[in-house]
Design a protein around this ligand. Structure first.
Ligand code: PRT
Ligand code: ZN
Length: 284
């Protein structure tokens, strides 16, 4: 049984559980305990605070964990990133009051910076030869400059809305983060490793399908070449005959982002009955 440490509640929880569900791994509907075995796959979930996940993996309490890269880098535990999961994307940045005249990273010399990520910040300051006073606070870091607690902050930024509403501007991005699957540095027993390989294979198939759509349409045979030229496709589109010999059915996979651009041009070229379907999994 492979034990996966997962955030018990918070920003990572929903997307983590959705990914696990899309990978076909089922759990009892209600979570009554902190350790919950799957109904149909040899894994169990250990629900923890995200701060405790790197340590739980490093010490072997859990075999793998799903957590933000920011926590992995801050906690400095003996773990390795096995797979990037692509959700909960954010960045860790330095920000200062909007009305301050920023002169570059040396501005922070001798200043006071509030953060919940002292390890990552200290590392950045050292690399840049800057001495600053790091003030550690957990939560509501963004209000520190406004109440005179610090000159700047080092915190997670996603949309940037929190900075704007606190009259702050982002001046230096230090790291990009996203949810990652982490494992220990040692070797897993063979049976657990096999389960882990299968898990990563499934996560990859879910992620590959995420941004893609399955597209099918009817095309007059005379326009087939023109339509095919418009399709980016995985390899080349599938073309099937229809009962009416003058028409055929064309199937392909497109990036969701290309959707509107392509649909308009396909219609102009003569495609009809265009269907766009979600793809559940994609195995390359
Ligand atoms: O209780 P527990 O300790 O488990 O959870 P937590 O409160 O420590 O963490 P949680 O659930 O808030 O976040 C978990 C992880 O989500 C983080 O470690 C990041 O990897 C990731 N993540 C992604 C974010 C954000 N986006 C995010 N926007 N974590 C926090 N924020 C906060 C940020 O602190 C700031 O206050 O949102 C604000 C900024 O957001 P914008 O959109 O206004 O820029
Ligand atoms: Zn936390």
């Amino acid at each position: 049984m492979l034990r996966i440490a997962v955030q018990s509640k918070g920003r990572l929880y929903d997307e983590t559980m959705e990914l696990i569900a899309q990978a076909g791994i089922k759990f009892p509907a209600v979570k009554r305990t902190l350790l919950v075995p799957s109904r149909n796959f040899p894994v169990e979930i250990l629900y923890l605070r995200d701060d405790d996940i790197p340590d739980s993996v490093a010490t072997g309490t859990a075999d793998v964990g799903i957590v933000g890269l920011n926590e992995v880098l801050e906690k400095r535990q003996r773990v390795k990133v096995l797979h990037e999961l692509g959700f909960s994307r954010c960045r860790l940045s330095l920000a200062i009051p909007r009305d301050v005249d920023y002169t570059g990273v040396r501005w922070f010399n001798g200043k006071k910076i509030a953060t919940s990520y002292p390890v990552i910040l200290k590392d950045f300051l050292n690399r840049n030869g800057i001495t600053a006073d790091i003030h550690v606070i957990n939560g509501s870091v963004e209000i520190a400059p406004g109440i005179g607690l610090s000159d700047g902050i080092f915190d997670i930024v996603s949309s940037g809305g929190t900075l704007v509403s606190n009259n702050l501007v982002e001046v230096e991005k230090i790291i990009d983060s996203q949810a990652v699957l982490i494992g220990g540095t040692g070797q897993l027993p063979e049976d657990k490793q096999a389960v882990l390989d299968e898990l990563i294979f499934r996560f990859k198939a879910v992620k590959a399908a995420d941004s893609k759509k399955y597209l099918l349409m009817n095309v007059p045979r005379t326009k087939l070449k023109e339509v095919v030229a418009l399709l980016p496709g995985m390899k080349s589109p599938t073309v099937l005959p229809l009962a009416d010999a003058d028409w055929c059915s064309v199937h392909t996979v497109i990036e969701e982002s290309q959707f509107w651009d392509i649909i308009t041009r396909l219609k102009e070229t003569g495609a009809e009955g265009i269907l766009v379907l979600d793809i559940m999994k994609m195995v390359p």
